[in-house]
Design a protein around this ligand. Structure first.
Ligand SMILES: NC(=O)c1ccc[n+]([C@@H]2O[C@H](COP(=O)([O-])OP(=O)(O)OC[C@H]3O[C@@H](n4cnc5c(N)ncnc54)[C@H](OP(=O)(O)O)[C@@H]3O)[C@@H](O)[C@H]2O)c1
Length: 231
């Protein structure tokens, strides 16, 4: 698994990590096994949040005895994000995760999000800005949550052709595409060991310039939204 600096002066973190939204909804043992398998395969960046129901409890079980191997991230809800509220929310997350520290603590979201999420608009200015200032970018829902392009769609066919050339799955190609820049990390959520292993193996893939260009064309960024600075 490839690792990159999680921002300047920060530790090296696996470029493909593990999400946990809804991981508490299915079979608990299966989810714990999937997370453990992912950690064994080098996906040591684990993303959770106080909002994700019992996900922090599932993670606590999966990471028991392995805390030092991990880059553990949780998030405070905007409604709890006063100074005192943030500290209290963090303490609750630490207790649920059965740990004494987080490696990164995030505000889950802002009240209004100015960039369209479907347009890859972040690539016009936010990623270049983060690259310039040494800030890590984490791609959540790297498979579109439950909306991965179908194999029959035009864009899905491009993914499929590239996947075939690499002996990989289309999702692995999507992860390799997202993490092609050292500043960008991805956190797919998997609730089976099979999916966790599939995602971890994407950490070894690298795409050629022409494959990146073909994916760029198949999933257009759209035009630069007005008001974004040039970098
Ligand atoms: N604002 C935020 O900070 C924010 C927002 C959204 C998400 N997130 C984080 O990002 C993580 C990932 O996003 P997400 O959970 O929305 O969705 P996702 O990772 O884009 O997709 C998850 C879906 O993909 C399936 N899957 C995973 N690996 C697969 C594979 N190798 N082959 C086939 N299917 C596979 C999962 O199925 P199985 O479960 O059956 O394996 C699940 O249905 C979240 O869990 C959360 O930690 C953060």
């Amino acid at each position: 698994m490839r690792s990159e600096k999680f921002g300047s002066g920060q530790p090296d973190v696996s470029v493909i990590g593990q999400g946990s939204w809804y991981i508490d909804r299915g079979d608990r043992k299966r989810a714990v096994a999937a997370l453990r398998r992912g950690i064994d395969l080098g996906m040591t960046h684990i993303d959770t949040a106080e909002m994700y129901g019992d996900a922090e409890l599932v993670i606590a079980e999966a990471i028991a005895g392995r805390r030092d191997e991990l880059f553990l991230v949780s998030k405070v809800l905007p409604s709890n994000a006063s100074r005192r509220g943030t500290i209290a929310a963090c303490e609750r997350s630490l207790a649920r995760l059965k740990t004494d520290r987080l490696d990164c603590y995030l505000l889950h979201w802002r009240g209004s999000y100015p960039l369209s999420e479907k347009e890859r608009a972040i690539e016009h200015a936010v990623i270049p800005w983060c690259e310039q200032l040494g800030v890590a970018v984490v791609a959540y829902s790297p498979f579109g949550h439950d909306n991965f392009p179908s194999a029959r769609s035009k864009a899905g066919q491009v993914l499929g052709t590239i996947a075939e050339a690499h002996g990989a799955s289309p999702r692995q190609i999507a992860l390799a595409f997202l993490t092609r820049k050292p500043a960008v990390f991805a956190i797919p959520k998997a609730s089976s060991e099979e999916h966790a292993a599939d995602n971890a193996a994407a950490g070894k893939l690298s795409l050629s310039d022409s494959e990146v260009a073909a994916l760029d064309k198949a999933f257009p960024r759209g035009s630069k939204p007005r008001g974004l600075p040039m970098l």
